[in-house]
Ligand binder design. Structure first.
Ligand SMILES: *Cc1c(COP(=O)(O)O)cnc(C)c1O
Length: 377
């Protein structure tokens, strides 16, 4: 039987039409007209005034951190359980990530732990909404105001999600998105920084493009990188954005489908469907193995692959990254909930092109697998 990939994007809208337009008109670089259109539409979707499209979501975080002025010696509070792009955007500038443990149910950072980590060096809080539910923003914003901290919001997994009715990507000083193929909206590779602050937006535009001085080209007061986003990427993005509501509805339906069919299985924890402030949009459908099951996510990922089901393990914690340990970062620190998720969490096929028939097969294999596992403990 065919292997079911962990993710397959849906590209059957206007993607091809808009791409052909790029070829026919010759506009394929970052100078093309779709880039601005995509920036305007995407930033409006996120409830922001300005959007600056960049090469990918990692680049978006780097641009955002540089734009808000993070520099050597600064501290940025963020979850340990996240993708390395978040920590890298901080360490590349010579600043230090200060880590927070996870909430075991929502898998987001536990906002109750933030205040104790604030020092005179703290410059910003990096909020990362993970897997489908937003971080509890009220608490974060309250602390940011009290201690005069910047807030950067990584909304890479949250296109179309809201917190208490307000769009994710609209909180704090600056927010970032990714358009990698496993996100709700894809451009192949791609990302965006969004903000309401005109000055920050201008800074981002400059940082995106090698920090050319505004008045004279090829003269630079600062250094950044080439983070530009092409008209080809924007063409795909515009077609994708036309279907955002439909995509979110489909993701929620997929989430309900899995939850209904997996919730009676012992030994696993499923995503929280709803909280006081949001309904899950299931960026991916995550599953966490209970402690008494003597099995890691790496093992179950292999077993399911043998049965034709593509899965991925959860993120690996920042404080356990060899690259950071090597330079003495996070020495002796432990974050038990984050470590648990990193070892026992995995996600199952969740892409927008997934069919009900494929999902049925995924369910059957997981039931079988867990029956065996539960029988042996
Ligand atoms: C995907 C993702 C990123 C990185 O985006 P890329 O486009 O892959 O560079 C950053 N943060 C989060 C939370 C993500 O899920």
């Amino acid at each position: 039987m065919d292997f079911i990939p962990v993710n397959e994007p849906l590209l059957n809208g206007n993607e091809k039409k808009y791409l052909c337009e790029c070829i026919d008109t010759g506009w394929i670089s970052s100078e093309g007209p779709f880039v601005k259109q995509f920036e305007e539409k995407m930033s409006a979707t996120a409830g922001r005034k300005y959007g600056i499209a960049v090469a990918n979501g990692t680049a978006a975080l780097e641009v955002a951190m540089q734009a808000i002025g993070i520099e050597e010696g600064d501290e940025v509070i963020m979850p340990s359980f996240t993708i390395i792009s978040c920590a890298m955007a901080v360490t590349k500038l010579g600043a230090k990530p200060v880590l927070i443990d996870s909430d075991p149910d929502t898998w987001n950072m536990n906002v109750e732990e933030i205040e104790a980590k604030i020092t005179t060096r703290t410059k910003a809080i990096l909020v990362v909404h993970l897997y489908g539910l937003p971080v509890e923003m009220d608490k974060v914003l309250e602390l940011a105001e009290k201690y005069h901290l910047k807030v950067v919001e990584d909304a890479a997994e949250m296109h179309g999600q809201t917190y208490k009715g307000r769009p994710c990507g609209s909180f704090g000083d600056i927010s970032t998105f990714s358009f990698y193929p496993n996100k709700h909206i894809t451009t192949g590779e791609g990302g965006m920084v969004v903000t309401d602050d005109e000055e920050l937006a201008e800074k981002c535009q400059m940082i995106r493009n090698l920090c050319f001085r505004k008045d004279v080209r090829y003269v630079h007061d600062m250094i950044s990188d080439n983070y530009r986003f092409t008209n080809l990427q924007a063409a795909v993005g515009l077609a994708q954005l036309e279907r955002l509501d439909e995509f979110i509805a489909k993701k929620r339906k997929m989430g309900r489908f899995y939850t209904e069919r997996l919730s009676d299985i012992k030994g696993i924890r499923l995503p929280v469907p709803t909280t006081d402030y949001a309904d899950n949009i299931y960026w991916v459908y995550g599953i966490v193995l209970e402690p008494e099951r003597n099995l890691t996510n790496r093992e179950i990922t292999k077993l399911l692959a043998d049965e034709g089901i593509g899965t991925r393990t959860f993120f690996w914690c920042m404080h356990e990254q060899p690259v950071y340990k090597k330079v003495g970062l996070f020495a002796g620190e432990t974050y038990p909930n984050a470590e648990y998720l990193a070892r026992r969490g995995f996600y199952i096929p969740s892409g927008l092109a997934l069919t009900e028939e494929q999902m049925e097969r995924v369910v059957i294999q997981i039931r079988r697998m867990m029956k065996k596992i539960n029988g042996s403990c």
